[in-house]
Design a protein around this ligand. Structure first.
Ligand code: ADP
Ligand code: ADP
Ligand code: ZN
Length: 220
């Protein structure tokens, strides 16, 4: 099964992707995480991406498409992928469809979640991510037990450099212009499922699992 998480910055895609991975065993592919990893490694791709990310602009299609297509050729993606933050333009969606078709695969579901703009801005401004394990917290909505420390692994939490109010505003504008057309695109393909992103994290996961037609596993 291959699933796309679609929604504006701050909607909860990364958070839900991690929970869906626990539930389904699918592989999480986040284009934003791939760029941040490239940047940490100091690669040319990382440096190039940073110049766009810091401005809140999209990285050019050919760069993103090349990177994600390489990633999904890895063996861990054969079982199925949860795409998070990709595709973000119609051209990216088309490239993904062609690549998948070449491997006799298809997108089974597009889970679209939305939240009001003020809430998105607050979620982005309050986001904290673990440097070590990548767990996502929020100082307003989902704080870690100890300030600045990851509940799961004890790692340090950091704020992304593109999570400033100014850049967040720009990213939301870019989303409305360049990514929103994907909603109608996938509605037309018949696999769009809408989930109310304003709900609690657990309720959103439940809605997504229902939309995928999978029973939710009891947590151990
Ligand atoms: P968020 O979780 O807030 O939506 P991401 O981590 O997905 O943020 O993306 C951070 C930045 O990385 C984007 O603002 C953009 O500059 C770049 N980026 C990530 N995915 C893509 C993509 N599919 N196409 C173009 N740029 C992307
Ligand atoms: P995205 O990947 O779509 O940009 P994230 O999953 O990183 O979004 O979530 C953005 C911020 O909002 C994070 O700080 C996260 O802890 C918080 N968050 C995610 N889902 C919810 C929710 N349902 N209710 C409240 N806060 C949430
Ligand atoms: Zn951690």
């Amino acid at each position: 099964m291959n699933v796309i998480l679609l929604g504006p910055p701050g909607a909860g895609k990364g958070t839900q992707a991690k929970l869906l991975v626990e539930q389904t065993g699918l592989t999480h592919v986040s284009s934003g995480d791939l760029f941040r990893a490239a940047l940490r490694e100091g690669t040319e791709l990382g440096m190039l991406a940073k110049s766009y990310m810091d401005r809140g602009a999209l990285v050019p299609d050919e760069v993103v498409i090349g990177m994600v297509m390489e990633r999904i050729k890895q063996p861990d993606c054969a079982i199925g992928v949860i795409f998070d933050g990709f595709p973000r333009t119609i051209d990216q969606a088309k490239a993904l469809k062609i690549e998948m078709a070449q491997h006799e695969k298809a997108i089974d579901a597009v889970l679209y979640m939305d939240v009001a703009r003020e809430v998105l801005l607050r979620r982005i401004a309050g986001r904290q991510t673990c440097k070590v394990c990548g767990a996502i917290f929020n100082i307003y909505y989902f704080p870690s037990y100890k300030a600045g420390i990851c509940d799961i692994c004890g790692g340090k939490l950091y704020q992304r450099s593109d999570d400033t109010m100014e850049t967040a505003q720009r990213r939301l504008d870019v989303y409305f212009e360049q990514t929103m057309p994907l909603i109608e695109h996938y509605r037309g393909e018949g696999n769009l499922r809408e989930i109310d992103g304003r709900q609690d994290i657990g309720q959103v996961t439940e809605g997504m699992m229902q939309a995928l037609g999978i029973d939710i596993a009891e947590s151990p």
